[in-house]
Design a protein around this ligand. Structure first.
Ligand code: RP5
Length: 163
């Protein structure tokens, strides 16, 4: 199956944060690819990836980066595909630097920014699924099931003292 979602990240060290996005897409049956694409270390690759993304069949890009996190914004500048930004929890500033770098886009080029860390990565995948669900019925069904299962799990375990 050709990937519909591209998960890109600024460094291999971001994989731990972004892996839940891949796991969630896998669970929903959505084809994806994962790549290290750095705005700072491989800028030419970033331009090529973003420029060719649509013609290769990608429909959503999830971009995770930490620190001075330019990857999501620069990717969004080079493609009109929806770009979802995941701020990686940096060591020095706990991801506040990543969050502000990604969320504070000037008007004109949007990046849909998620929470810092793995929760943001999971939600980026679910957000990508919501976008794709408008067009792909199986994705809508998988997303509805994901939510129903989540609700059932909470309701089936009402007592927090029981493990
Ligand atoms: C960013 O720099 C990456 O997204 C990563 O979060 C951060 C640190 O990268 P490494 O020095 O661990 O490769 O570009």
């Amino acid at each position: 199956m050709k990937p519909l979602v591209g998960i890109i990240m600024g460094s291999k060290s971001d994989w731990e944060t972004l892996q839940p996005a891949a796991d969630t897409l896998q669970r929903l049956g959505i084809a994806f690819e994962t790549r290290v694409v750095s705005a700072h270390r491989t800028p030419d690759l970033l331009f090529e990836y973003a420029e060719k993304a649509r013609e290769r069949g990608l429909e959503v890009i999830i971009a995770g980066a930490g620190g001075a996190a330019h990857l999501p914004g620069m990717t969004a500048a080079k493609t009109s595909l929806p770009v979802l930004g995941v701020p990686v929890q940096s060591k020095m500033l706990s991801g506040i630097d990543s969050l502000l770098s990604i969320v504070q886009m000037p008007a004109g080029i949007p990046v849909g920014t998620l929470a810092i860390g793995q929760a943001g990565a999971t939600n980026a995948a679910l957000f990508a699924a919501s976008i794709l669900a408008n067009k792909y019925e199986p994705v809508r069904t998988a997303l509805d099931k994901f939510r129903a299962d989540q609700t059932a799990t909470v309701l089936a375990n009402p007592d927090p003292s029981i493990t």
